[in-house]
Each structure stands twice: as structure tokens, then as C-alpha cells.
Design a protein around this ligand. Structure first.
Ligand SMILES: [Mg+2]
Length: 376
């Protein structure tokens, strides 16, 4: 058959990327988590008999990285000798191989690296950027910055970061809220709105740390700021609470980054519990799964703002029918040779084939463990 190729090897790597400063959101201030000091990535590099190569990655913050790597290592040899173009079929094989530990969460996040690698490879075979393979609606996506607005940063630094981000061509600013003392949130939102002006897109993110009454009270107070959205006001699994809040407020409600499967997203979508859905391809099991839920979200009339991993989500957002947002995070920059270009508030889809990423020397140096399955 023309175009038929075989998977020759799968290389898995566990990479530990330290962050320059420990990061705190509301989950740290409420005592639920420790500050984040590193991101652990699972890379999958799939190579074929015809000499093509795909790169995909999954990640974890705080816990779970070694387990993702171990799970991928246990099942990935099922891919050896298979046609890399048959992505959904291969995904199912991998899924059922580990189904005893669940068809969501950590188990499928391990598969996400493999799935994303297969999509990268398929787009490279076609000689197209991934967005072009999927069918894009646009060649750039509105982008906003999150990394300058964490709760560990003093207010002056947050406002300085916000102004600097807008000057650098990033189109919006998101700051963290959900501080146990609501007066701190009020002071930060007021100061940032004043610093960036009333026309600049502004979002807030409570990282699930408000209860329902607090979320409603804060949401009502926040209406005056004309926010693009309020993110994760409530526990990620409180579908009914999100629905009530979305009904009660004019400001759009965004959530979904913590959900770990399509099935979990379907509960949100079916209940129309948010205005903007924020899936994360590595967290829901990869691009194959992301595309399924994106179709459902579009059908339900939801907007899209994928969480983190802009290197992957830029392509997926470009292929979403409704004008989306992509989250600008420079944390993973050291791992790749390339940089994504941002201009006039938008991130440009790269014209390189596939995701358009190659792993840097620094990424190799930060590799804690790796294995090659099949013939290297
Ligand atoms: Mg968030």
C-alpha cells in the first residue's frame, strides 16, 4: 500500500525541568499543595522504517511523573511493527493494554505522549504543520500570558510583568486569585486593571479554591472589570456549581484543565456548566481524545482556551471553529530549539512540519531516564 510504513522504535525519556522560582497558586495558599519547583515531562520519539520521526510529550506537575514514564514503558512495545498512520486503532490497543488501571488520568496521560508523537509523525509525512493536517480556521491564535501573575509574585512585579507582556505582543493577561484573604485578590485585580488599561483583555484564575458562596460573591464583585473569563472558580468536579455560577454571572466561566478524560469533559459540556472549555491534550490522553471533545464542545457552542503546552495547543486551537485563546507559557522553552512567534496579540502557527519542535541539548541534559524499545 502506498505510504505504508512501520514503526521501528519508540524512545521514551523522563525529563525533569527545574523552574527558576518556586510557583504558588491558590492551592498552595490554602495548604493543599506545595509550591511547584519543577515540571516532569515524558517524551516519546517514534521512528519508522522509512526514517521518519515523531515527537510527543506529556507532563506532570508535583507528582506522577515517574509513574507516567513507567506506564508508557510497559505498553509502548505494542507499537513496534505497526503502521504509524493508524492512530485511533493504535491508541485503542495501548488503552486496553493498561485498562485495568483506568481509561483516564495517569494511565492515558502516559499514552498521550505516544499519541501526540504519532500525530506529529503523520503531519511530517504529509509535509504539513499539524494545524494544516487537521484543517485550520486561522493561521494565528489570540494569546494571553499567565506566568507573570502567580500569587508568589509581589503585586508590583505582577503589574510590571503584565505591562511588559502586552508590550511584547502577547494579547491578554491572566492573574491568579483565590487568596484566602479576598482583600488581597481585590487589590491585585484593581491594580492590574489600572496598569494595563480598560481595553486590554484580562482574566483571573482561582485554581478551584473558592466555595460556591465565595465564588458568587467574588464573581459579582468582578463584573465591573469586564473580564474575558473567571477560571476554575470552584472544584474541577463541581459541575452543578459551575452551571449555577455561569447562569448567575455575565462574566464567562472557564474550566476543564484538571479533567483527565473525554468522559469527564462530557459531563461539563452536557450540563453547559461553563462558557469556555479548557482541555489539556496531554491530560486527557492526547490529540485523538482532544479532537473528540473539541467536536462536542463546538457542537454545544462553547469557546475554547486549552490549558498549558502551547507547543501542542497552538495547532489544535487553530483548528477549532470558534475564535479561541492559547496560553503563553515560556516554561518549556529550554527544552526546544524553536521559539513560537507572537505578534499583535496573537501566536503564529509555525510553518514547520508537524508540531514544529526539536529537542534541545538542554533537554537531553535534563533527561533523568530513557529507554529505546524496538530496533534503534
Ligand atoms: Mg488555570
Amino acid at each position: 500500500m502506498p505510504g505504508q510504513d512501520r514503526i521501528r522504535s519508540v524512545e521514551l525519556s523522563s525529563v525533569v525541568l527545574p523552574l527558576s522560582t518556586p510557583i504558588s497558586d491558590a492551592k498552595v495558599l490554602t495548604g493543599r499543595q506545595r509550591p511547584m519547583t519543577e515540571v516532569v515531562l515524558l517524551f516519546a520519539e517514534i521512528r519508522t522504517e522509512q526514517g521518519l520521526e515523531g515527537i510527543g510529550f506529556s507532563y506532570s506537575k508535583r507528582g506522577g511523573g515517574p509513574a507516567q514514564y513507567a506506564h508508557a514503558k510497559e505498553v509502548a512495545d505494542l507499537l513496534i511493527g505497526e503502521d504509524p498512520s493508524d492512530i485511533p486503532r493504535l491508541y485503542e490497543r495501548l488503552l486496553w493494554a493498561g485498562a485495568s488501571v483506568g481509561r483516564s488520568g495517569l494511565a492515558t496521560q502516559a499514552l498521550a505522549a505516544l499519541d501526540i508523537s504519532l500525530w506529529d509523525l503523520k503531519a511530517k509525512r504529509a509535509g504539513l504543520p499539524l494545524a494544516k493536517l487537521l484543517g485550520p480556521y486561522r493561521d494565528s491564535v489570540r494569546t494571553y500570558n499567565t506566568s507573570g501573575g502567580f500569587l508568589n509574585a509581589p503585586l508590583e512585579e505582577v503589574t510590571r510583568n503584565a505591562v511588559r507582556s502586552l508590550e511584547a505582543g502577547i494579547g491578554g493577561i491572566k492573574i491568579k486569585v483565590g487568596h484566602p484573604d479576598p482583600a488581597v485578590d481585590r487589590a491585585r485585580v484593581t491594580a492590574v486593571r489600572e496598569a494595563i488599561g480598560e481595553d486590554a483583555p484580562l482574566m483571573v484564575d482561582a485554581n478551584q479554591q473558592w466555595d460556591r458562596p465565595t465564588a458568587l460573591r467574588m464573581g459579582r464583585w468582578l463584573e465591573q472589570f469586564d473580564l474575558v473569563w473567571i477560571e476554575e472558580p470552584l472544584d474541577a468536579y463541581d459541575v452543578e456549581g459551575h452551571r449555577q455560577l455561569a447562569d448567575a454571572l455575565d462574566t464567562p466561566i472557564a474550566t476543564g484543565e484538571m479533567l483527565a478524560s473525554v468522559a469527564e469533559h462530557v459531563r461539563l459540556i452536557d450540563a453547559r456548566a461553563c462558557d469556555i472549555i479548557q482541555p489539556d491534550a496531554p491530560r486527557v490522553g492526547g490529540i485523538t481524545q482532544f479532537l473528540r471533545l473539541a467536536t462536542l464542545a463546538d457542537h454545544a457552542g462553547l469557546q475554547l482556551a486549552p490549558h498549558f503546552a502551547m507547543e501542542i495547543h497552538l495547532h489544535l486551537a487553530a483548528a477549532y471553529p470558534r475564535e479561541p485563546w492559547v496560553e503563553h507559557f515560556d516554561w518549556l522553552d529550554p527544552l526546544f530549539e524553536e521559539r513560537l512567534e507572537t505578534r499583535d496579540g496573537r501566536m503564529l502557527v509555525p510553518d514547520r512540519p508537524g508540531l514544529g519542535i526539536t529537542l534541545s541539548q538542554r533537554c537531553r541534559a535534563l533527561t533523568r531516564e530513557s529507554v529505546v524499545l524496538g530496533r534503534s
